[in-house]
Design a protein around this ligand. Structure first.
Ligand code: NAD
Length: 482
């Protein structure tokens, strides 16, 4: 732990070196469990952003020309080093984000896996060749790195959201600039160190932290050499960045917010549904874009499901994230707790009954009690907005069509969960749910080998799987004949 806490992060990682930022100001990093400052990081300005683009541009030709096998081996080494240091990384995540050590270990393994997966994808960038329908030409399609990429990541998965972008970018032959979230920058710098140790050449990955994300990102996107923006964060900021990217027609991948419905039918295996609900709701204490946000439970099973979920939620050990027995850590900051509290209060005012929780935890740190609400009114705000906290609102339904209509009644479309023993019904409903991913009798779907992403206002593009590398490649078509 001490080692994790002592990493000096007061410099930016640019061009393979730890460089002084052009401003002296530093950003405090706070442990949400204790509200203590655990570190400080550099505060990049637009001048630093330009230096990062220069470094990425200088490294770009050689990295694009590096043989895929070599890129693959470096990525494989990144995976091995993350596994070697996984306990240190997990502690660091838990310290700066607050999530339980158990969740942080899960995230670290998931994050490392992107390097292993894209090490394998780096050598599978296949084009194709065909005869044109007219018979007059041959159509050759090959893939090239899209170019310098700006990667912007949120605080809720400080390691995995970074590696889910860095690994495919590097596999594709792109150089990049990572701008991690201000709440959780330490993990990103730790990963940057590992990348250098693994042999990622100078300038291929640059990491800059800033308290002026808008200005710094704009400076990067204004440079015509930058050709890609890969963003994970809120839909609100995603919209701002899409508008900005329009100025220079920059290719965008957007992993945005969610409002996941969790459907439980009368015929569900209730044991499985409760287990699924606990992981879908409580992974990261509810601070996940994939978090089950609204539970729609069929009338016959609703009383037992609600009772059992409340029992499980009420029994969770809520404590400092890094304590070994903790099952639910704090939320990331005071604002997050205020938001959760106001959503619960709004639901309560509109008639919801609280089965368990419903209050802030009275102690130092940003804690909120695991909460289950029933009789939630359809106009309660927490059915429409991302709760991003340990709160499970339950709504009862009678008919399949009603459940589907309610599930789809949102601007979001990232993921939906469904529990039924009837596989035909499960698959039929999966096709009718407006969402990029479905957990059918499963409370967790994230897998580096599968395409992660949303429809509607939850995003554009996919991360992971073969789809993930395509986001960093451009198809080139050559028409010829012989
Ligand atoms: P956020 O949108 O506030 O911030 C995300 C990142 O964008 C941070 O690095 C932030 O500094 C930066 N940023 C903020 N304003 C910016 C601007 N004007 N220009 C450029 N960058 C800017 O999101 P957050 O609070 O850090 O993360 C939580 C959100 O992320 C939730 O909505 C969650 O659903 C979403 N999320 C989505 C996925 C997914 O894969 N779909 C995964 C994790 C989190």
């Amino acid at each position: 732990m001490a080692e994790a806490q002592n990493i000096s992060m007061t410099h930016l990682f640019i061009g393979g070196e730890w460089q002084q930022a052009s401003s002296d100001s530093l950003i405090d990093v706070v442990n949400p469990s204790t509200e203590e400052i655990i570190g400080r990081v550099a505060n990049a300005t637009t001048a630093d952003a330009q230096r990062a683009v220069e470094a990425a541009a200088a490294a770009a030709p050689a990295w694009a020309a590096t043989p895929p096998r070599k890129r693959s081996e470096i990525l494989r080494r990144c995976y091995e080093l993350m596994v070697r240091d996984s306990e240190k990384i997990a502690e660091l995540i838990s310290l700066e984000n607050g999530k339980s050590l158990n969740d942080a270990r899960g995230e670290t393994a998931y994050a490392a896996e992107f390097f292993r997966w894209f090490a394998e994808e780096a050598v599978r960038i296949n084009g194709d060749i065909s005869r044109s329908p007219s018979g007059l030409a041959r159509t050759i399609v090959q893939y090239e790195p899209i170019g310098i990429s700006l990667l912007v990541t949120p605080w809720n998965f400080p390691a995995a959201m970074a590696t889910r972008k860095i690994a495919p970018a590097l596999a594709a032959g792109c150089t990049c600039i990572l701008k991690p979230a201000t709440d959780t920058p330490l993990t990103a710098y730790f990963v940057a160190r590992l990348l250098a140790e693994a042999g990622v050449p100078a300038g291929v990955v640059n990491v800059i932290t800033t308290s002026t994300a808008g200005k710094v990102s704009n400076a990067i996107l204004d440079d015509s050499r930058v050709r890609k923006l890969s963003f994970t964060g809120s839909t609100e900021v995603g919209r701002v960045l899409l508008r900005k990217a329009a100025d220079s027609v920059i290719n965008c991948s957007m992993e945005l917010g969610g409002n996941a419905p969790f459907l439980v039918f009368d015929d569900a295996d209730i044991e499985l549904a409760i287990e699924g609900a606990m992981v879908a709701k409580m992974r990261n204490g509810g601070e996940a874009c994939t978090a089950a946000n609204r539970f729609y439970v069929q009338r016959g099973i609703a009383p037992e499901f609600s009772r059992r979920l409340a029992e499980r939620m009420g029994a969770l050990v809520v404590d400092d994230g890094v304590n070994p027995g903790t099952q639910c850590g704090p939320l990331v900051n005071a604002g997050a707790v205020d938001k959760v509290a106001s959503l619960v209060d709004d639901a309560r005012k509109k008639g919801a009954r609280i089965l368990v929780g419903g209050e802030r935890v009275k102690r130092k740190g940003h804690f909120y009690q695991p909460t289950v609400l029933v009789d939630v009114s359809p106009d309660a705000d927490l059915l429409k907005e991302e709760i991003f906290g340990p709160v499970a609102p339950i709504v009862v339904f009678d008919h399949e069509d009603e459940a589907i209509a309610q599930a789809n009644d949102t601007e979001y479309g990232l993921i939906a969960y469904m529990f039924t023993r009837d596989l035909a019904r499960g698959l039929r409903i999966s096709e009718r749910l407006e969402s990029g991913m479905i957990g059918l009798n499963r409370g967790v779907v994230s897998d580096p080998a599968a395409p992660f992403g949303g429809v509607k206002q939850s995003g554009l593009g996919r991360e992971g799987a073969h789809h993930g590398i395509l986001e960093f490649l451009e198809a080139k078509y050559i028409s010829t004949n012989w």
